[in-house]
Design a protein around this ligand. Sequence first.
Ligand code: HAM
Length: 417
Amino acid sequence: MQSVKGTKDILPHDSVAWRHLEQVIREVMHRYCYGEIRTPIFEDTTVFSRGIGEATDIVGKEMYTFTDKGGSSLTLRPEMTAPVIRSFIEHGLGDQRVLNKLYYIGPMFRQERPQAGRFRQFHQFGFESIGQTSPECDAEIIAMASDIYTRLGISFTLKINSVGDPTCRPQYREVLQSFLDSVHDRLSTESQKRALSNPMRVLDSKDERDKEATKNAPVILDYLSDTCQKHFQRTCALLDEIGIGYVVDPRLVRGLDYYTMTAFEFISADIGSQDALGGGGRYDGLVTQLGGKETPAVGFAAGIERMLMVMEKNGYTFPEDSPEVYLIGMDPASRDWVFQTAIKMRTGGLSVEIDYADRSVKAQMREANRLGCPFVVIVGETELQSGTAQVKNMREGTQESVEFSSLIEYMTALSHH
Ligand code: HAM
């Protein structure tokens, strides 16, 4: 049997990298004062169909939707913004604070064609700032993403755009649609369809025919309302002030329908065609869309697998996960001492490995080396009689005798100094 196509096992060796990355994320979230939210892996399908939009690829083609035995239509979450807002409304979080700052880390599910950097179960971390229209919120979200990438040695290009709001976008949509009508025959079949259902996505097409045909298409930035324009300028000015570089890309449209005003994406030059490290934007209409009171919000999410791909390519050094001590017994009586002492040491807070396969002392030494243990404790007949153990410092190549009675204390001091 094999894991399902587009899914992956994360084995202990890989988990070290995952945990390190998660720890960095949590540290940064703490600094920016975001609280963690954990929602269920599945939701009623309407959370996503209403939240993300029927005309999007995610809802139209990629969701893992099933009917459970009670006849409810459920969907494995393809993203977290809609569930977070569902939860925000359900628990009345908006009545408790003027601004709710929430973050998450976890698996998402989309039935896309698997390829390098694209999976069917993948992992995101993300954060949502719910309650205010202030451009400071937009800039803070971008700053947090940038902070995390930088801390992990991941370089990026930040693309930013404003996609307008319900006061100006309909007008732009019309202008764009009539432009797309005029070049209809030169568009790809996919984009011909999209021109009707979701015209702004045509500008985002990777197809060369579409790129060529829409070279002179009108761009949203020329059609923004005063409010949207001011908001966009102020957001960019704040990024300038805090020293975050960006490229204004008037053709940037994201694959989810809930965005208003700010939309942005972090792109990597290091990982091939699936080059979006993360993206987000403002979504001032989503809370009402899902049945709550009008509440502005802005957020971001990143793909963890893609970050790890970049970090591995860069030769990022992840912290090691070695045991602190390896205990070696040279004969059966000593092995018994080793087993008991290992349990005591672990209870006392040390990470301790021993041999379970009756291997020779030499083989055990090799194992300790392979695991990167800084200290090895060796006990044989002589040591049992004298009540002292030989403690080898593997890094410095030194050795000393330590009495059994003070061994745990001694090893703890050595390991935690
Ligand atoms: P998204 O752009 O759909 O946005 O996904 C964010 C990131 O998740 C992508 O940039 C990519 O790194 C990663 N990702 C998406 N699909 C896959 C896949 N099949 N395999 C591997 N990685 C993938 C959202 O999900 C929005 N909820 C972001 C947001 C939060 N907007 C506002 N708040």
